[in-house]
Design a protein around this ligand. Structure first.
Ligand SMILES: Cc1cc2nc3c(=O)[nH]c(=O)nc-3n(C[C@H](O)[C@H](O)[C@H](O)COP(=O)(O)OP(=O)(O)OC[C@H]3O[C@@H](n4cnc5c(N)ncnc54)[C@H](O)[C@@H]3O)c2cc1C
Length: 359
C-alpha cells in the first residue's frame, strides 16, 4: 500500500474512533480540541500534502479532498482549524525559499511547527488593508489582518501583504502580541467553530526578514486562485452535508417512519450526483468553466444547509439541545457558506436560493 493511502486510512480510523465520539465536546472545549490536534500530530497527520523530500506523504489532490470531506463530516471545528495549517504546508512547499522549507516542513506533520494562514484581506477591493514595504534584508509590515483562525494553536501564521507595485508577499510571522509591532485581538465570539479561536491582528512597522518569506505572488493572484478553487472549496460543504445525512440515517434506523427512509434515499442520491459534478467541474478549471464551477459550489453550499436542516427536522425537538449534533452541523454549514467567498460565489449562492423560492 502506498504511503498516501496508508495515511488516508489512518486518518479515517482516527476520525471515526477518536474524534467522532468527542465531536460535540471539541466544538466548544478548547483544551479538548488542543488534545485532539496534539493526537493528530502524534499520528503525523498534519502535513498530508508535504512533498516526499521533506517527509511526505505527498497526498494527491483526489485523496486529500476525500480526507477534507471526512474531517468536515466528523468535526467542522477540527476540519476548519487544521485545514489552515495543511494549507500553510502546501503553500510553503510550493514556494521558492528552500531554507524556509528545510526549517519548517520536516516539523509540520507532527505538530512541532504549527502555522496558520491570514491572507483573505487580499480579496478585498479598494486600497490594501495590509501592506509590506521592501527594505534591506526583508519587509516592514503594517495594516490589518481581519481573519486568522488558530490562535493559541498556531504560534505563527503565513501572512499575505500587498507590495507597492501590486504584488503580494507571503511570509511566516508571529501569531502573538509583539510589543508596539503586532497586536492580536481577543478571540471572536462566533456562532460556529468558536473553539478554533479566530482572531484579527494589527501590524505596525513589523520587520520580517527575507528568511521568513515563502514567496511573492503577482497582482491579481488571489482572484486567479479563487477562480481555480471555486469548486475545490466545496468539499467542506460536501463533508458537512454527509454529516447531516449521517444524522438522518441514524434517525431513520430508530423511528418507525417510512418517509425517513425515502428522504434518506433522496439525499444520498443527490450527494452522489453532487460529488460527481464537483469532480467533473474541477477537471477543467479555466475561464470557460467558471459558470459551471460556480453552480457546483452554490449547489454544495445549498445542499450542506439542506442536509443540516434535514438532520434537525428528523431529530425533532431534541435537535434544539446544545448537545445534539444536528444543530452543530447546521451552524457549521453557516461557516462553509461564507469561507473563501467571493462576490461571484455570493451571487451564485443567492441565485440558487432564489431559484428554489415560491410554490
Ligand atoms: C470563522 C471564519 C474564520 C476565518 N479564518 C480565516 C483564516 O484563518 N485565514 C484566512 O485567510 N481567512 C479566514 N477567513 C476569511 C474567509 O475566507 C472570508 O470570509 C472570505 O474571504 C470572505 O471575506 P470577508 O468575509 O472578509 O468579506 P469581504 O471583505 O466583504 O469580502 C468578500 C468579497 O467581496 C468583495 N467586496 C467586498 N466589499 C466590496 C465592495 N464594496 N466592492 C467590491 N467588492 C467588494 C471582496 O473583494 C471579496 O472578494 C475566515 C472567515 C470566517 C467566517
Amino acid at each position: 500500500m502506498s504511503r498516501e493511502v496508508e495515511a488516508l486510512d489512518e486518518a479515517k480510523r482516527f476520525l471515526k474512533e477518536e474524534v467522532a465520539p468527542k465531536a460535540q465536546l471539541i466544538d466548544t472545549d478548547l483544551s479538548a480540541l488542543h488534545s485532539v490536534v496534539d493526537r493528530m500530530g502524534g499520528l503525523n497527520l498534519l502535513a498530508l500534502k508535504r512533498p516526499e523530500k521533506y517527509g511526505g506523504p505527498e497526498m494527491s489532490e483526489q485523496l486529500f479532498r476525500i480526507f477534507q470531506e471526512e474531517t468536515a463530516r466528523t468535526s467542522g471545528t477540527l476540519a476548519f482549524l487544521t485545514t489552515q495549517h495543511q494549507s500553510a504546508v502546501a503553500m510553503i512547499a510550493g514556494g521558492d525559499n528552500e531554507g524556509l522549507k528545510e526549517l519548517y516542513l520536516p516539523q509540520m506533520a507532527n505538530g512541532e511547527k504549527l502555522v496558520g494562514i491570514g491572507f483573505s484581506q487580499l480579496r478585498r477591493s479598494g486600497p490594501p488593508i495590509m501592506c509590506a514595504e521592501p527594505v534591506e534584508g526583508g519587509y516592514i509590515m503594517s495594516g490589518h489582518v481581519p481573519w486568522i483562525t488558530g490562535w493559541s494553536f498556531f504560534p505563527e501564521f503565513l501572512i499575505g501583504a500587498a507590495l507597492p507595485d501590486g504584488q503580494s508577499v507571503f511570509a511566516v510571522v508571529p501569531l502573538v502580541d509583539v510589543p508596539s509591532a503586532i497586536r492580536v485581538s481577543a478571540p471572536m465570539e462566533l456562532a460556529a467553530m468558536g473553539a478554533a479561536m479566530t482572531v484579527s491582528a494589527d501590524f505596525s512597522s513589523f520587520f520580517v526578514s527575507d528568511e521568513k518569506v515563502a514567496f511573492i505572488k503577482p497582482a491579481g493572484w488571489i482572484q486567479n486562485s479563487d477562480m481555480i478553487n471555486i469548486a475545490l472549496q466545496g468539499h467542506f460543504a460536501i463533508g458537512c452535508a454527509m454529516a447531516g445525512i449521517d444524522v438522518v440515517r441514524a434517525n431513520a434506523g430508530k423511528k418507525p417512519f417510512l418517509f425517513l427512509t425515502d428522504a434518506l434515499d433522496k439525499l444520498e442520491r443527490e450527494l452522489a450526483a453532487l460529488k460527481m459534478a464537483t469532480s467533473h467541474a474541477q477537471k477543467s478549471a479555466d475561464d470557460s468553466t467558471t459558470p459551471e464551477r460556480l453552480k457546483v459550489r452554490a449547489w454544495a453550499i445549498d445542499f450542506a444547509v439542506r442536509c443540516a436542516h434535514a438532520a434537525i427536522t428528523s431529530s425533532s425537538g431534541a435537535a434544539n439541545s446544545i448537545h445534539h449534533p444536528a444543530q452543530r452541523i447546521y451552524r457549521e454549514a453557516l461557516v462553509y457558506t461564507v469561507s473563501a467567498q467571493t462576490p461571484a460565489v455570493m451571487e451564485a449562492t443567492l441565485n440558487r436560493l432564489n431559484d428554489r423560492g415560491g410554490w
